[in-house]
Design a protein around this ligand. Structure first.
Ligand SMILES: Cc1ncc(COP(=O)(O)O)c(C=O)c1O
Length: 419
């Protein structure tokens, strides 16, 4: 994989920030976009734009074909049984809200249990809290061990009384980088009669996610973290489960018949796509998947892992206990999402000081307050490299961390030798 050639595909990376070339290390928040993706969206609006599924004229048919081709592209990427298993939505957040609302209306009753984990993004916690508040379900959390791995023994305890109807978990933690053993969790949950939902927002950018191999019933992700545009994402669901689920939002495009005294709904996926969809976004997401597939998932993963190793080894070698990295230490158990703390320095100060060197990292709670509580920290700083980052950029981050540690150090600065 030629990272310098790849960087040439990302116009934003030539930006100068505070007098230096930008070092973008916040891809877990959102990735940058290659020209192929920008052009796919522009081409769609410049040449093929019309509303979909409505017109009989050629342009509308072309727009519909482009939208449905993007759906088929996503279905192939996920190894879905059929394109109709792919629902286009705004992103992971909307997908999980849809599931919580629709399952709340159809399946979950007061006293049923939904199990999630303490390492979830708020988008896989708050919709279930809302269901707890409004419908009286019980919401339980599987904990983690000190290495940032899920406590499967706690999951087993929660599955034992068969009150658990849904197990919903992230594939990869947006804070710890932990890759969860989703297949194992899914097998145990299914054996106990529960549905399994996977938040794949942080896994699809880094690895090919085969929904059948994963063993889940529903998988949600966002396009913008995998080189696609903002405002487009996917809910994949097994065909019979999507068919059984009632729609969440009502409006145009999602109905079979509407009369003053009755309404009936279209089949999936249309049933879940009320209103005018983000066609340009779907087309551009298809282009993003094609771009990643041209690089190759194995190549991409090897690149991400090399950057991850360089960062973790650099931190351990240069800083020892002054820098604490959270999450698993084994590379095979994690992705390139690295949250850390520097002794005695607030995460926001770290991010601001790195920004002065043109280095973009994220500081805060990362929409994961239950995890911050579990770790006993108010906030963390996170660096998340991706396909376009280089070894030199990882070294720039390490140098930036060294400078900050020196700045906050109580030791006197090294004396210049008299000359
Ligand atoms: C693990 C995880 N889940 C869900 C989300 C929410 O994604 P979106 O804001 O695109 O809906 C994020 C975003 O950071 C995430 O990291």
């Amino acid at each position: 994989m030629d990272v310098n050639r790849i960087r040439g595909d990302f116009p934003i990376l030539s930006r100068i920030e505070h007098g230096r070339p930008i070092v973008y290390l916040d891809s877990a928040a959102t990735s940058q976009k290659p020209t192929a993706v920008l052009q796919a969206e522009e081409q769609y609006y410049a040449h093929s734009n019309a509303n979909v599924h409505r017109g009989v004229y050629a342009l509308s048919v072309e727009a519909t074909d482009a939208y449905e081709a993007a759906r088929a592209r996503v279905a192939r990427f996920l190894n879905a049984g059929d394109p109709s298993e792919v629902v286009f939505l705004r992103g992971t957040t909307e997908a999980i809200n849809l599931l919580a609302t629709s399952l709340g209306r159809s399946t979950l009753r007061k006293g049923d249990r939904v199990v999630t984990t303490v390492m979830e993004h708020h988008s896989n916690v708050v919709p279930w809290h809302m269901l707890r508040q409004y419908s009286g379900i019980e919401l339980s959390f599987v904990g983690i061990d000190d290495g940032g791995r899920l406590r499967l023994d706690e999951l087993d305890r929660l599955l034992a009384d068969r009150r658990t109807k849904v197990v919903t978990l992230t594939h990869v933690s947006n804070v710890l980088g932990t890759v969860n053993p989703v297949r194992e969790v899914a097998d145990r949950a299914h054996a106990a009669g529960a549905l399994v939902i996977v938040d794949a927002a942080q896994s699809v950018p880094h690895r090919r996610v085969d929904v059948r191999a994963l063993g889940a019933d529903f998988v949600a992700f966002s396009g913008h973290k995998m080189l696609g545009p903002m405002g487009i994402g996917v809910l994949w669901g097994k065909a019979d489960f999507l068919e059984a689920l009632p729609p969440c939002m009502g409006g145009g495009e999602m109905i079979r018949e509407v009369h003053t005294d009755r309404v009936s709904y279209a089949n999936a996926p249309a049933k879940f796509e009320a209103g005018t969809p983000n066609v340009g976004g779907a087309v551009a997401l298809g282009a993003a998947i094609e771009y990643l597939e041209r690089i190759g998932w194995d190549e991409l993963h090897a690149h991400d892992t090399r950057l991850l190793r360089r960062l973790l080894t650099g931190v351990a070698d240069r800083f020892g206990p002054s820098v604490r990295v959270y999450g698993p230490t084994e590379l095979s158990e994690r992705e390139a999402v690295v949250s850390f703390s520097l002794a005695g320095v607030h995460p926001h100060d770290i991010a601001s000081l790195l920004d002065a060197d043109g280095i973009c990292v994220r500081a805060g709670q990362h929409c994961a307050q239950p995890l911050m509580d579990r770790l006993g920290v108010p906030a963390l700083t996170r660096a998340s490299p991706y396909v376009y980052n280089t070894d030199t950029e990882i070294d720039a981050l390490l140098d930036g961390m060294a400078k900050i540690l020196q700045l906050f150090s109580t030791d006197p600065p090294p004396r210049a030798t008299a000359g």
